[in-house]
Design a protein around this ligand. Structure first.
Ligand code: SER
Length: 322
């Protein structure tokens, strides 16, 4: 058997929804390397970057008929379902958040079940709420979110678990913390301030931070998040003991600690704090998360601490922006 024949057999047909968001834009190139560019289908919706190279479809995850036509066309093996409204946008447009996040997920799960696919779905620390223990939040704990985003993530987690138990669907998920990346900006989330700070510091501007200085949230550098996602999807099925979504954690810092870290590079960087409605979201989420289940079950380990993350963010953003 030739090398390319082996490759064709090993390669999987992959669908990525939300391929041009903060996570998707870094996950897609990794999947293209792994499975071959021709085997990864990016399903974009409103925003398609001009420089995207690969198989592209455009449509709405709420549209089941359209999704069915995609499955017919490509015969997918694996789906990474990332399309979602985030917490801040979700509070502005709760009806849309419900339909995109819930109907979109249900459509994907139904098609994946009918076609015996493996599914990755993105959950979030937003599943937690003000009654959840705030420090080292356990895997199994009180889930009473106060945002529409969080409501859709808890409901989505339960739906995933149900499809696994009832229909044997191999669906896996992560409760991502706030994600930092220099490549693509986040859009419409509460943890976006952490990324915005780096941009402002490098552009030599003052930053008005929309959460208080003592706001502490779990965070992660994007490379770790992508690594964890691929690791989870490659793990043996019998090692996966959580079918809602795994707690997934790396670092945790207060807003003012991040400012101090950035000021090591940009001592004149100034920040003022003007908390807005997003403070309520942040206050309802944990300070730090216990992800020992992910570490035990499939060997998760993060590489980036605060210092290392700040260093790569600054190094790369300086090059990108200057
Ligand atoms: N980063 C997300 C948000 O802030 C949380 O999952 O909405």
């Amino acid at each position: 058997m030739s090398h390319s024949e082996v490759n064709i057999i090993m390669s999987k047909r992959v669908l990525v929804t939300g391929p041009f968001g903060q996570i998707g834009s870094e996950l897609v190139p990794e999947l293209q390397d792994k499975h071959g560019k021709e085997n990864v289908v990016a399903l974009g919706h409103n925003y398609i970057p001009d420089d995207y190279e690969g198989v592209l479809e455009q449509g709405d995850v709420k549209d089941k008929e359209f999704l069915e036509s995609l499955w017919e066309k490509y015969d997918f093996d694996v789906v990474y379902h990332l399309a979602s409204l985030l917490s801040a946008t979700g509070e502005k447009r709760p009806d849309l958040a419900w339909s995109v996040n819930m109907d979109g997920l249900k459509n994907i799960l139904d098609l994946a079940r009918e076609n015996d696919n493996k599914v990755f779905w993105a959950s979030s620390i937003a599943v937690f709420g003000p009654n959840t223990p705030m420090d080292d939040t356990p895997q199994h704990t009180i889930l009473e979110p106060v945002t529409m985003y969080g409501v859709t993530k808890v409901s989505g987690e339960l739906l995933c678990q149900y499809y696994n138990e009832k229909f044997g669907l191999d669906v896996r998920g992560l409760r991502y913390p706030g994600l930092l990346s220099w490549k693509e900006k986040p859009g419409g989330g509460t943890t976006d301030y952490a990324v915005e700070m780096f941009y402002k510091a490098i552009q030599g501007e003052k930053y008005t931070c929309f959460v208080r200085e003592d706001t502490q949230l779990p965070m992660m550098y994007m490379e770790d998040a992508i690594e964890g996602t691929l690791q989870l999807m490659e793990a043996d099925e019998e090692d996966i003991t959580i079918r809602t979504s795994y707690n997934h954690s790396a670092i945790s810092f207060r807003a003012d600690k991040l400012v101090e870290e950035i000021q090591r590079y940009y001592p004149d960087f100034e920040v003022e704090y003007e908390p807005d409605e997003r403070q309520k979201n942040a206050d309802s989420w944990p300070n730090s998360v216990d992800d020992s289940k992910a570490r035990e079950d499939w060997g998760w380990d993060h590489k980036y601490d605060l210092e290392k993350m700040a260093e790569v963010m600054i190094e790369n953003l300086e090059e990108k922006l200057n």
